[in-house]
Design a protein around this ligand. Structure first.
Ligand code: 2AM
Ligand code: CA
Length: 274
């Protein structure tokens, strides 16, 4: 029964996401982000609401009006009309539309579309992850020293996260092979899923930055936990997504040391030193 329902959701929403992508690529002024957001929301959210009026929605616009709200057992669409906004306004191509569906508090479906390079990432729980219809898998990297790691450093400007990020960065940078900071949480996750990145980590995101991407990573065979090694919580999304569990364990070991140093320094009133 659920399988049939999910297929109906998928078949209805996929063309809407593609249609919304046409809005994003229109060659107009790029600083009209709210205008694009509104247009995309209009295509996507309004039509899903019309079709399934009893479903719930979690997204930036909804949250501005009513706060993020609780995740219930009801089918819930978690939507980011433009992720990677700062890339989008500079005409950089790491930007996308993200649609996640959660039913019974379980992540069931993820659709991510980057209209600039025509990449469509999709996943339905238990059925694998796909890029433009072709099955994708994470790579098999198990060695942190060889890994390319995406760390969304711009989020460290939030004073709540500044030291957390800085201590971890200080420890990790001495070990890993390469850093990236893509500017799109959703695509960061998709790139782990397709094996372009080995690991991606973020603290301080919103549910719509993670809902579709985390399912896509998992369905591509990747491993996702929260940034303390516990279970990923969609409503408080901080995550480490890696190609393998072995790699995740290595990141967590180093980050635990970094966190210990931070807490010791805090206790001894020592400021952060690079
Ligand atoms: P956005 O493009 O939809 O704003 C890197 O900037 C990533 O973090 C992007 O996915 C971005 O989403 C998200 N992001 C930016 N600022 C944020 C904030 N203050 N809180 C949570 N997520 C943020
Ligand atoms: Ca976002």
């Amino acid at each position: 029964m659920l399988k049939m329902e999910v297929k109906a959701y998928y078949d209805f929403v996929l063309p809407l996401v593609r249609e919304a992508g046409q809005v994003e690529t229109k060659d107009e002024i790029y600083d009209e982000v709210t205008e694009y957001d509104r247009k995309i929301e209009n295509i996507l959210i309004r039509r899903i609401k019309e079709k399934w009026p009893h479903h719930n929605f979690i997204g930036e616009e909804e949250s501005h009006m009513n706060g993020i709200g609780e995740l219930t057992r009801n089918p819930t669409w978690i939507i980011d009309p433009i992720d990677g906004t700062s890339n989008f306004v500079r005409n950089m191509r790491d930007t996308c539309i993200s649609v996640g569906l959660v039913i019974d508090k379980e992540q069931i479906m993820g659709i991510v579309f980057n209209p600039f390079n025509d990449e469509l990432y999709t996943a339905v729980k238990g059925q694998g992850a796909f890029l433009n219809g072709l099955r994708i898998h994470v790579n098999q990297e198990k060695d942190i020293k060889k890994s390319i790691f995406n760390y969304e450093l711009s989020l460290a400007r939030n004073p709540k996260y500044y030291e957390l990020y800085m201590y971890r960065l200080k420890h990790l940078i001495q070990i890993i092979n390469g850093f990236r900071s893509l500017g799109s949480a959703v695509l960061g996750l998709c790139y782990v899923a397709v094996g372009r990145l080995d690991a991606y980590q973020c603290d301080g995101l919103y549910p719509w930055d993670a809902a579709a991407g985390v399912l896509i990573v998992r369905e591509a065979g990747g491993y996702v936990c929260d940034t303390r090694g516990g279970e990923f919580d969609l409503m408080d999304p901080n995550f480490l997504a890696t190609s393998t569990k072995e790699l995740s364990d290595q990141f967590m070991e180093i980050e635990r040391k970094a966190d210990e140093e931070r807490l010791n320094d805090l206790e001894n009133k020592k400021p952060f030193k690079p």
